[in-house]
Design a protein around this ligand. Structure first.
Ligand SMILES: Cc1cc2nc3c(=O)[nH]c(=O)nc-3n(C[C@H](O)[C@H](O)[C@H](O)COP(=O)(O)O)c2cc1C
Length: 425
């Protein structure tokens, strides 16, 4: 996969960078870490060295025992200048957390420690994740420094709003969760690689549904599900990197968005159905990755149902329309339709095959919801794919981006066959 250089500066969120490093390595990346001297007050070198299996540097005058090599590279025979070699070897430089102080140095072009010197010498994509107290973040100096970085083409990942480290404080400045940081890193990497890579899905009009629908019980409550939208968004990112024209119908997804992808936000199964049906004829391939409600309350109540005086509450549900069967029934022969099946345990394959045949799909991607390490809210996934030949294909377990690649490899073959059949037929 990729060589990620991680720069850690001195903020409380440095602990999240430890988890980011672990997730990145688990996803198959090679990681080297540099730290500012002040960040050692928050996380020690040994933690990162233990996880990455490589030395951590803070100053430019330290000798790098690895000679600037990443864990997957051989150590060079000579002793290169550390900040130049690491910058040349990495595929991306992620600075997370980036303190107000480090951001000011980056904006000013300072190079007084390993992290800042690397930022000046690195010509690879730079991803900067600011994290600080609300007051520091909204301060005019920080705002101007961040804008200066943006103008220079660095990618900034917005901090989140929520509880801050200092007791009782709430506001903007939280470092996003490590899985979000990794997804953003992989997205930027894929974008950079796509500049040079052959665009294997060039111009393919791809419609994807993602997330989970919510069916109102009253104006406050809903019947929903645990789908986060990560899998559908990962497919969209990967497809856009391969040159596809992607539209995502997103049901209640609060993940980072990709500027190369068009998003249409929906809430309920009926809204999702309407958007898919409106856009289906114009697409060449549809991937239904959203978890769509099978049932919805028959009569959603106005206002909020009161608890007062009630011992119980019965809500009558009615079946929703099966969107996939409806669109598959009216598809043209040149369109590819892919469905997802989430099932628990041994029935998985049988259920996937049933869906494939009954709904007339080209491919079913099935995942086992009984395994808590994969699926819904997790960053990893493991799937089985079944197509017309009924031979199960099991790509290796990995990040959702990796699984997205396997699904799109399969889609590429299917779309290629359809295009060829269209030309000869
Ligand atoms: C307990 C504590 C927490 C801090 N958290 C942050 C933070 O989250 N973000 C930030 O910009 N600065 C934070 N600071 C201030 C930085 O540590 C300080 O500006 C430091 O000089 C940054 O150095 P560096 O950018 O070279 O790592 C914190 C300081 C302390 C004492």
């Amino acid at each position: 996969m990729a060589r990620i250089l991680l720069g850690v500066s001195g903020g409380i969120a440095a602990y999240k960078s430890v988890e980011f490093t672990r997730l990145a390595i688990k996803a198959g990346h090679a990681v080297r870490v540099v730290q500012t001297p002040d960040s050692l007050n928050f996380v020690g070198k040994s933690t990162f060295e233990g996880i990455t299996g490589a030395p951590v540097l803070t100053g430019q005058f330290e000798r790098d025992p690895a000679g600037g090599a990443f864990p997957d590279q051989p150590r060079p025979a000579h002793d290169p200048i550390g900040h130049l070699e690491l910058a040349a070897n990495c595929d991306i430089y992620v600075i997370a957390p980036a303190t107000a102080n480090t951001i000011a140095k980056l904006a000013g072009g300072f190079a007084d420690n390993m992290l800042t010197a690397l930022a000046l010498s690195c010509r690879k994509p730079l991803l900067v994740a600011p994290a600080m107290n609300n007051e520091m973040y909204v301060n005019a100096a920080t705002r101007e420094n961040i804008e200066a970085l943006r103008r220079r083409g660095l990618t900034l990942i917005e901090p989140e709003t929520g509880e801050l480290a200092s007791k009782g404080e709430y506001g903007i400045g939280r470092l996003p969760e490590p899985a979000t940081l990794l997804a953003e890193t992989e997205r930027l990497l894929a974008g950079a690689q796509a500049e040079f890579a052959p665009r294997s899905l060039d111009g393919l009009k791809l419609l994807i549904s993602a997330g989970g629908t919510r069916e109102p019980i009253d104006e406050v409550r809903f019947v929903g599900n645990r789908s986060s939208g990560r899998m559908g968004f990962a497919i969209a990112d990967e497809a856009a990197a391969r040159g596809a024209e992607v539209t995502v119908i997103a049901a209640n997804v609060s993940l980072q968005r990709n500027e190369r992808v068009e998003y249409v936000d929906v809430g309920t199964a009926a809204e999702l159905q309407r958007e898919i049906e409106t856009r289906f004829d114009a697409c060449e391939a549809l991937i239904m990755a959203a978890a769509v409600a099978d049932f919805r309350p028959v009569e959603p109540q106005a206002g909020k149902i009161k608890k007062r005086g009630r011992e119980s509450l019965a809500i009558e549900l009615e079946a929703t329309r099966d969107i996939l069967s409806a669109v598959a029934a009216r598809r043209r022969p040149d369109q590819v339709v892919v469905g997802f099946a989430a099932e628990a345990g041994p029935d998985l394959l049988a259920e996937a095959q049933r869906k494939l045949e009954q709904k007339g799909l080209d491919l079913v991607v099935a995942n086992d919801i009984a395994d808590a390490a994969i699926g819904f809210e997790s960053t990893e996934n493991e799937v089985v794919m079944i197509g017309a030949d009924l031979r199960p294909e099991r790509p290796p377990r990995g990040s959702k981006r990796l699984v997205a690649q396997a699904i799109l490899d399969r889609l590429e073959r299917l779309a290629g066959e359809r295009r060829e059949a269209g030309q000869t037929g």
